[in-house]
Design a protein around this ligand. Structure first.
Ligand SMILES: Nc1ncnc2c1ncn2[C@@H]1O[C@H](COP(=O)(O)OP(=O)(O)OP(=O)(O)O)[C@@H](O)[C@H]1O
Length: 317
């Protein structure tokens, strides 16, 4: 078992009160599993990714436990996390490639990073160059400035540097979002190759773009308003989702093979509830075509068949 998250609650302090961004989230990611996380904007995807590596000053760990490779990740203990970040758990944050220091050559930047984790750049260089070649980059990029590389090249550099110490878990937040389709495919392929090569144990790939997950994910976990709605193998989520929200989310995607104009994309009517004062029970009930009186109680996230979990009374009752 690689990652186990039990009843995780992470809130943001705001002037209006606590924003309950993760409100009792439990799931597991197996060794070697690439899990995609999907859901509408604001459902807590980024908060989940960040909470597993670095709580920012506005985030509060209100409850729950995270275990990586059998050892607890003390997510609210910064010195303890410093020992595990990058080596055991590594994050490619949103906008990572735009955040690269423009005045530092790529090689220098990687040297600073590995040096800060007590490792020798010189010793790691042969492996670094090998991995750059694997993702289709000439090691001469190490002597270039970020501005000299395309977005797709930068994102592949970010992937190589964030996995150089072979972390157990890599979290990628919108790693392909700002790229054109060809670069997206190259990055998606590199993610799978790095897992297959054993450079990374397991991965959590966060995106609002489910089509990316078709290419990389073994499993998909769907979030809704700080809760989990469903987790299952990627093909099951795409072909036979059980949760009404997942069904609507998948139904809102263009179908492969359909020509533009042949189908009407409807989207999902309504908006998710405020996380400042979320309703009790199922948080999707106001938008759900199947909602019944029972939904005022929160449905448990239960396994309906092995490897397929869902939180919906209509499915599990
Ligand atoms: N610093 C903050 N202070 C207060 N609330 C925040 C803060 N950051 C995020 N939130 C709130 O927490 C909730 C979850 O946000 P989060 O960014 O995790 O969602 P997301 O699913 O990643 O969205 P997106 O796809 O837009 O990145 C949202 O309601 C958001 O408004």
């Amino acid at each position: 078992m690689s990652l186990k998250v039990e009843d995780l609650r992470v809130y943001y302090a705001s002037l209006k009160g606590d924003v309950k961004a993760l409100d009792g989230v439990s799931f597991e990611v197996a060794d070697g599993e690439i899990m995609g996380v999907a859901g509408e904007s604001g459902c807590g995807k980024t908060t989940l990714g960040k909470a597993l590596i670095r709580l920012d000053s506005r985030m509060r760990h209100v409850g729950g436990k995270v275990t990586l490779d059998g050892e607890e990740l003390l997510i609210d203990d910064d010195p303890a996390m410093r020992r595990r970040r990058y080596k055991d758990v590594s994050l490619i944050p949103q906008y990572a490639m735009s955040a690269m220091n423009p005045t530092r050559k790529i090689g220098r930047m990687i040297a600073d990073l590995v040096g800060a984790h007590g490792r020798s750049y010189a010793e790691l260089t042969p492996e670094l160059e090998r991995r750059l070649r694997l993702v289709g980059l000439d090691p001469e990029v190490l002597g270039r400035y970020p501005i000299e590389l395309s977005g797709g090249m930068k994102q592949r550099v970010v992937l190589v540097l964030s996995t150089l110490l072979n972390p157990s878990l890599l979290i990628g937040d919108e790693v392909t979002s700002a790229l054109d389709v060809t670069s997206q495919k190259a990055v998606a392929r590199a993610l799978v190759e790095f897992r297959d090569a054993g450079f990374v144990g397991s991965m959590i790939i966060i995106t609002h773009d489910i089509s990316v997950l078709f290419q990389v994910a073994d499993t998909i976990m769907v979030m809704y308003a700080g809760h989990l709605a469903e987790k299952a193998p990627a093909t099951t989520i795409i072909e036979r989702p059980l949760h009404p929200y997942t069904q609507m989310l998948i139904g809102a995607l263009p179908k492969v093979g359909d020509r533009y104009g042949e189908q009407e994309l409807t989207g999902i009517a309504g908006r998710p509830p405020s996380l400042l004062d979320p309703p009790t029970g199922c948080r999707f009930r106001d938008r759900c075509p199947l909602a019944s009186a029972k939904c005022v109680e929160q449905p448990p996230f239960v396994e309906v068949v092995p490897g397929h979990q869902v939180a919906c009374w209509e499915v599990t009752a």
